[in-house]
Ligand binder design. Sequence first.
Ligand SMILES: Cc1cc2nc3c(=O)[nH]c(=O)nc-3n(C[C@H](O)[C@H](O)[C@H](O)COP(=O)(O)O)c2cc1C
Length: 195
Amino acid sequence: MNTPLHDRTAPTEHPVLDILAARWSPRAFDADRPIDEARLATALEAARWSPSANNVQPWRFIVARRGTALHAQIVDALMGFNQAWAGNASALIVAVAETETADGTPITHAVYDLGQAVAHFSVQAHHDGLAVHQMSGFDPEVIREFADLEPRFAALTVIAVGEFGDVDSLPEVLREREVAPRVRRPIDETVILSA
Ligand SMILES: Cc1cc2nc3c(=O)[nH]c(=O)nc-3n(C[C@H](O)[C@H](O)[C@H](O)COP(=O)(O)O)c2cc1C
C-alpha cells in the first residue's frame, strides 16, 4: 500500500474523522504501477452502498485501466490542464448520472446521488491508500460518443485513481498547487441559518 509522500491533512476547525481530514486530490500519480484490483473493487463497493433517493441508485461507472484503448479515449476527452497529469493514473473512471428512467421520468436527485456515491468511493479509496482526483474538466460529448451513452445518461466527472506519485516529478506549475495550503470557507459563512 502507498501513502502520500507529503502530509496534506486539513487544518480543521473541529475534529473530524482522520480519513476525512487526510483525503485530498493529488495530481502526482505513479505511472508504473497497475491498479490494485482488490482496492478498486472495494472503492466501487463503497459507492454501490451509498444512499440515494428512493434507493434508485442513479449512478453508473466506466472503469478504464491504464494501457487500454478505453483509458486512452478518456485521456483524449480531458481538457489539457488535466491531460498534463491524469493519464498517469492507473485507472480513470467516468462517473455517469442516470438523469431519467427508461420511460422518460426525470430522476430529480440523480446528480446529488452520484456525487454522494463518488464521495463514498473517494473516502474508501483514500482510506485504503489509493489516490483519487475528481475532474469536471473534460468533454462529456466525446465520452458520450465512444461509450455510446443514451441521452438520459450524463458523464459528470472523470476520476483519476491510482498510487500516489512523487510530487517533484510534476511540472513546476502543478507542483506549486500540490503543496499550496488547503483552504475552505469558514463554518460560520457556510451555515447560513442556524437557530
Ligand atoms: C466535481 C469536481 C470537479 C473537479 N474538477 C477538477 C478538474 O477538472 N481539475 C482539477 O485539477 N481538479 C478538479 N477538482 C478537484 C478540486 O479542485 C479539489 O477537490 C478542490 O480544490 C479541493 O481540494 P482537495 O480535494 O484536495 O481538498 C474537482 C473536484 C470536484 C469535486
